[in-house]
Design a protein around this ligand. Structure first.
Ligand SMILES: Cc1cc2nc3c(=O)[nH]c(=O)nc-3n(C[C@H](O)[C@H](O)[C@H](O)COP(=O)(O)OP(=O)(O)OC[C@H]3O[C@@H](n4cnc5c(N)ncnc54)[C@H](O)[C@@H]3O)c2cc1C
Length: 391
């Protein structure tokens, strides 16, 4: 494993840095959710117009055709300038790569350019009220009717569904088959008659995810991805991209949060001493610092194996488990150091940092749940990476 970026990647870094410094929005993200969404769409469009969206995707599908190393450098630089999130995060992270691997040529040409430009926002309709960790038990039903499927059922925790034009939907097409073999993967227009979206409020105060109901929704059979009843394998491609997507950028972000927390320790005095002089707190911060740096080395390990031509596999679960648990740990320390001030609004004059650690702490609770909980990642690592017997 090589833990450095080569000269070409560093030259690319200078180019990216210059562009970002000139173009990253300087006005703050609006607090109104619709306005915030528009802000993220505008930012993605700016990046797309300048050729920076989907930079590792092939040029034939509107990407930049950059190398994996360049993609890693790009994520680091985005995080370094604290660039706003992109509106079509799921489209870019999971839908595009899945369609490139399993879609027909027509599907790729139809959908991929609009994923990049944020003209069509995507959501992921996998989880159901009784099917989360045991995803293959899903019950949303699709029945063939001429050239269409008719879909009935309910999805839940569907992030960004309220802003989405399209959904990757897992449906049961053969209820008699063993559960993994009766599932199909379809692309659903969220504006179809019979689709209802109901937002769910989270502990952060936001309502990013939703319940989605399907009542006699007609979906053309041309929207099937891959073969009928062979959707499980395609869903695994999607989940592998989701779990393996936490990249160098995530590491830089967590490191920025930790640096901020270290500043809180330096600037906070208890019993006449700065918290950063307390041996127990120093130990905690040093431990967190090492954990975050291990994330960076793990990223080099993943990229090295991908450069050797090994596709991301169940090892993506190692990355997902490690980054989500590490981030939660870092945010927990942040709350401990803030003490009673953790209850204040970040706008308060007594809040000691410009980063909203309160929001990050609350949101980090979700990170060990989405894309498969930590327990599920441990099961995958045990069974499919280490080859241990099934529990
Ligand atoms: C912020 C957020 C965004 C999300 N966005 C989406 C989205 O866009 N689309 C989508 O489809 N889903 C989304 N999800 C749903 C997410 O994928 C599920 O919440 C997750 O898979 C867990 O399923 P569950 O909530 O039904 O919990 P359950 O599966 O009911 O699990 C409950 C508990 O039991 C444990 N458990 C379950 N089975 C096992 C086992 N075999 N071994 C050990 N422990 C086990 C779990 O680890 C967990 O602690 C999102 C979730 C969150 C929090």
């Amino acid at each position: 494993m090589d833990i450095r970026f080569d000269a070409n990647a560093e030259a690319f870094r200078s180019e990216v840095r210059a562009w970002l410094e000139a173009n990253v929005p300087t006005d703050p993200m609006p607090s109104d959710p619709d306005a915030a969404f528009q802000y993220m769409s505008n930012w993605q469009r700016t990046m797309y117009d300048a050729g920076w969206a989907g930079i590792h995707w092939p040029k034939e599908y509107g990407g930049r055709g950059a190398t994996l190393m360049e993609q890693a450098v790009f994520s680091q630089e985005l995080a370094r300038v604290n660039a706003p999130p992109l509106a079509n995060a799921l489209g870019l992270m999971i839908v595009g790569p899945t369609l490139m691997a399993h879609g027909t040529e027509e599907q790729k040409k139809r959908y991929i350019p609009k994923i990049l430009s944020a003209e069509e926002i995507w959501c992921q309709g996998f989880s159901e009220p009784n099917s989360g960790s045991d995803l293959a038990s899903l019950q949303t039903r699709a029945v063939e009717d001429g050239d269409d499927f008719i879909i009935n059922g309910q999805k839940i925790w569907t992030s960004m569904a309220q802003h989405s034009h399209m959904c990757i939907l897992l449906v049961r097409t053969d209820p008699e088959a063993p559960k993994h073999r009766g599932i199909s993967y379809v692309l659903v227009d969220m504006h179809s008659p019979g689709v209802t979206v109901k937002p769910l409020r989270q502990i952060t105060g936001g309502a990013e995810f939703n319940e989605v109901f399907f009542e006699d929704v007609r979906v053309p059979k041309s929207h099937l991805v891959g073969e009928l009843n062979a959707g499980w394998r395609i869903a695994m491609t999607t989940l592998t991209h989701e779990r393996g997507s936490a990249s160098f950028g995530t590491q830089v972000n967590i490191r920025r949060h930790l640096d901020d927390i270290i500043e809180v320790a330096r600037s906070t005095t208890r019993n006449g001493h700065a918290l950063s002089k307390d041996p127990l707190i120093r130990q905690k911060l040093a431990d967190a610092y090492i954990r975050v740096d291990i994330m960076r080395l793990n990223n080099f390990r993943s990229i090295t194996s991908q450069l050797r031509g090994q596709p991301p596999g169940p090892e993506a679960s190692l990355d997902k488990l490690y980054w989500s648990e590490t981030h939660q740990h870092v945010q927990q320390i942040g709350q401990e150091l803030l003490g009673l001030r953790s209850q204040l609004s970040p706008e308060s004059a007594y809040y000691p940092t410009s980063i909203d650690l309160q929001y990050l702490f609350l949101f980090s609770r979700a990170e060990t749940i989405f894309s498969g909980t930590s327990e599920i990642q441990k099961n995958i690592i045990g069974e499919r990476v280490l080859g241990l017997p099934k529990g």
